[in-house]
Design a protein around this ligand. Structure first.
Ligand code: XMP
Length: 531
C-alpha cells in the first residue's frame, strides 16, 4: 500500500482517491503517525499544508523513517518540507502563486514525467517558493515563475504543483508513474477482489456469531448489510428505525428493497416518539441531539431483544474515519452523532467498508448485484427532513415538505439529458450505467447530481395570489449540488425548463406552499443542508 501523510491540506483526500483510482490500496494518516514497522508499505506521499515551513507550529516529520527505504513523493508543502529539511531554501514568494501554469521545461526521461508533454498544464497553490534545492537534487521541471517546480534525487521526488487536482492535466499520469512504475504497485484492488476477500475475512472473523446492523436506507449501510448477508446469511439481523422524517413513502419502499435482497430486517415505526420529543424545538443542534438520543434509545430497545448478538456492524466508510487534523478546532455541525450502545451488551464493532471511498462502495454494491436505484441514491442526512424544516417540526410540516420533495426528486429522475465527450466520459467513469449511442449517452439529472432536496422555510411567510384569493404561506427552497465528497460543493446549474415545471407543480399541488426558490450558494461558504 501507499501511505499518504496528511499535513492538513484541503486536497489530501483527493490524493487518496487518485491513488485508489489506480486500483492501488492507500491509507491517509496524520503526518506524525507513519507506520514504521509495516512491511506492506511500498511508497509515501507527503501532502500539502496550510502552514509555511517557517511557521513555529508547522507540522514536522522525521523523513528518515521512510526516505531511503521506499520511494517518496512530496507535493507542495511536502516538496517545501523536503527542500527545507535537507538543506534547500524556502522563502516567501513575491506574490502568492495560484492557478494555472505550464511546465516550460520538463525532463521526460525522469520516470516521474514519463509520457509528459512539453508545456503540460499544472495547478499551483502556494505562498512560499523553493528558491534553492538541496545538494544532490536535480531540477526536472520548471514553469515560467517557478524554477524549482519539480526536483529529485534517487528515491525522492518533489513537486511544487498539485498533481491530484483536475486542472493539472497530466496529474493522473504523474501519480501513475509514481505509484505503478516507481513504487511497483500491482494494481490489484478491484470491487470483485474486495468482495471475495472481505466475505472470506468476515466468515473467519464472525464464525457462528450473530450480528446486528442498523440500516438507514442509504447506500453505505445497505452495501454493508448485503456483504454481511453473503458472509453469514441469516445470522445477520438488521434494524431500520423510522423516525418519521424520512422522504415520502421511503420507509416502505426501502423495506421492500431489503426483502428482495433477502435481508432479515426489523422495521420499527418510532415516529410518534420523535415528534413528541421534538415538539417546539427550533435550534438545529438541539434537534440533532434529540434525534440522536432517541435513535439510540429505540435502536437499543430492539437490539437488546437479540440476546445472543456478539457484534454490531456499521456502514462506516473511509472519509468518516480519516483522523482529521482539526486545525481550527471548531465544530461546524455535529454529524453522525449517533451515540454508542450500552456497555453491558458487550458488542464488538464490525465495519466492513471502513477502507472504502463512496464511489468504491458503489462499485462494490454493483458487484453484489444490488438494484441501481439503491446504489445511486443521493446521500441523506441522518436527522432527515428535520434539518430541512426551519424552526420547529410538526407532522403537518413534514407532510408538506415530503410532498414538495417528492415532486422535485421524481422530476430529477424523469428529466433526461444527453451528454457527449468529456462529460459523458466522467459519468461513465463513475460507473453509472448508460449506453453510448452515436457518441452520446442519456442520463437523468438525478444521476448527474451529488445530492438534492427541498427545504421548507416555515419561519418565513409571503403573500401570493391563487385564483381570486390572497394567500399567505411558506416558500420552499430547492437545493441541488455537485460534489465528490460533500466537503466542497457547487450548486447545480439545472435547466430553466426543468425548474419552471417543478416550481409550477409544487405550487399547484402542495397546499401550504405558494413560492419556490432555488438555492445558488456553494460550499463553502454555505453548507449543503440549511441547518
Ligand atoms: P453540510 O450541510 O455540512 O453536509 O454541508 C455535508 C453532508 O453531510 C450530510 N449531513 C448529515 N449527515 N447527520 C448525517 O448523518 C447529520 O446531522 C448531517 N448533517 C448534514 C449532508 O446531507 C451532506 O451530505
Amino acid at each position: 500500500k501507499i501511505i499518504i501523510l496528511d499535513f492538513g491540506s484541503q486536497t489530501t483526500q483527493l490524493i487518496g482517491r487518485r491513488v485508489r483510482e489506480l486500483d492501488t490500496f492507500c491509507e491517509i494518516m496524520p503526518y506524525n503517525k507513519f507506520p514504521k514497522d509495516d512491511p506492506s508499505v511500498i511508497g509515501v506521499i507527503l501532502s500539502g499544508s496550510p502552514y509555511s515551513v517557517h511557521d513555529p507550529e508547522a507540522f514536522k516529520v522525521d523523513l528518515l523513517q521512510f526516505v531511503g527505504r521506499v520511494p517518496v513523493l512530496g507535493i507542495c508543502y511536502g516538496a517545501q518540507f523536503i527542500s527545507h529539511t535537507l538543506g534547500g531554501k524556502v522563502e516567501k514568494a513575491d506574490s502568492r502563486e495560484y492557478g494555472r501554469a505550464n511546465l516550460e521545461t520538463v525532463d521526460t526521461t525522469n520516470p516521474l514525467f514519463k509520457g509528459f508533454e512539453q508545456h503540460s498544464q499544472v495547478w499551483m497553490s502556494h505562498g512560499d517558493t523553493i528558491t534553492s534545492i538541496p545538494e544532490g537534487f536535480e531540477v526536472i521541471g520548471s514553469t515560467k515563475d517557478v524554477k524549482n517546480a519539480a526536483f529529485w534525487r534517487d528515491g525522492v521526488w518533489a513537486v511544487q504543483f498539485h498533481p491530484e487536482v483536475f486542472h493539472t492535466l497530466q496529474g493522473t499520469q504523474l501519480l501513475k508513474n509514481f505509484v505503478v512504475d516507481i513504487c511497483g504497485s500491482k494494481q490489484e484492488w478491484s470491487a470483485a477482489s474486495f468482495v471475495d476477500s472481505t466475505v472470506a475475512e468476515l466468515k473467519a472473523q464472525l464464525g457462528d456469531d450473530r450480528v446486528i446492523l442498523g440500516l438507514s436506507g442509504g447506500v453505505d449501510s445497505s452495501v454493508a448489510a448485503v456483504l454481511l448477508n453473503k458472509a453469514i446469511g441469516n445470522r445477520l439481523t438488521c434494524i431500520f428505525v423510522d423516525h418519521g422524517m424520512l422522504r415520502k413513502n421511503e420507509f416502505n419502499q426501502v423495506m421492500d428493497d431489503y426483502k428482495v435482497l433477502g435481508l432479515n430486517v426489523i422495521g420499527v415505526d418510532a415516529s410518534a416518539k420523535f415528534f413528541a420529543d421534538l415538539a417546539g424545538v427550533t435550534d438545529p443542534e438541539q434537534k440533532r441531539k434529540i434525534i440522536g438520543r432517541d435513535f439510540v434509545e429505540v435502536f437499543n430497545a430492539e437490539a437488546k431483544k437479540i440476546t445472543d448478538a456478539k457484534w454490531l456492524a456499521q456502514g462506516t466508510i473511509y472519509p468518516d474515519r480519516i483522523e482529521s487534523l482539526n486545525i481550527t478546532g471548531k465544530v461546524i455541525k455535529s454529524h453522525h452523532n449517533v451515540g454508542g450502545l450500552p456497555k453491558e451488551m458487550h458488542l464488538q464493532l464490525c465495519e466492513p467498508l471502513q477502507w472504502l471511498f463512496k464511489d468504491e462502495v458503489r462499485r462494490v454494491g454493483r458487484q453484489l448485484g444490488m438494484p441501481e436505484h439503491l446504489i445511486t441514491r443521493h446521500p441523506f442526512p441522518g436527522p432527515g427532513l428535520a434539518v430541512r424544516i426551519l424552526g420547529d417540526i410538526t407532522p403537518e410540516k413534514v407532510r408538506i415538505l415530503q410532498d414538495a420533495d417528492d415532486i422535485y426528486i421524481r422530476g430529477l429522475r424523469d428529466y433526461k439529458v444527453k451528454l457527449s465527450g468529456e462529460e459523458a466520459r466522467k459519468v461513465l467513469a463513475a460507473g453509472i450505467p448508460a449506453d453510448m449511442k452515436d457518441g452520446e449517452i442519456e442520463v437523468s439529472l438525478y444521476d448527474q447530481i451529488w445530492q438534492a432536496g427541498a427545504i421548507l422555510l416555515s419561519t418565513v411567510r409571503s403573500v401570493g395570489v391563487m385564483g381570486d384569493e390572497r394567500t399567505y404561506e411558506h416558500p420552499v427552497a430547492l437545493r441541488a449540488v455537485t460534489s465528490t465528497d460533500a466537503m466542497t460543493a457547487d450548486w447545480a446549474h439545472l435547466p430553466y425548463d426543468f425548474m419552471a415545471k417543478v416550481s409550477n407543480e409544487i405550487i399547484n399541488k402542495v397546499r401550504g406552499v405558494n413560492r419556490v426558490c432555488y438555492d445558488i450558494s456553494s460550499k463553502p461558504p454555505a453548507t449543503i443542508e440549511w441547518e
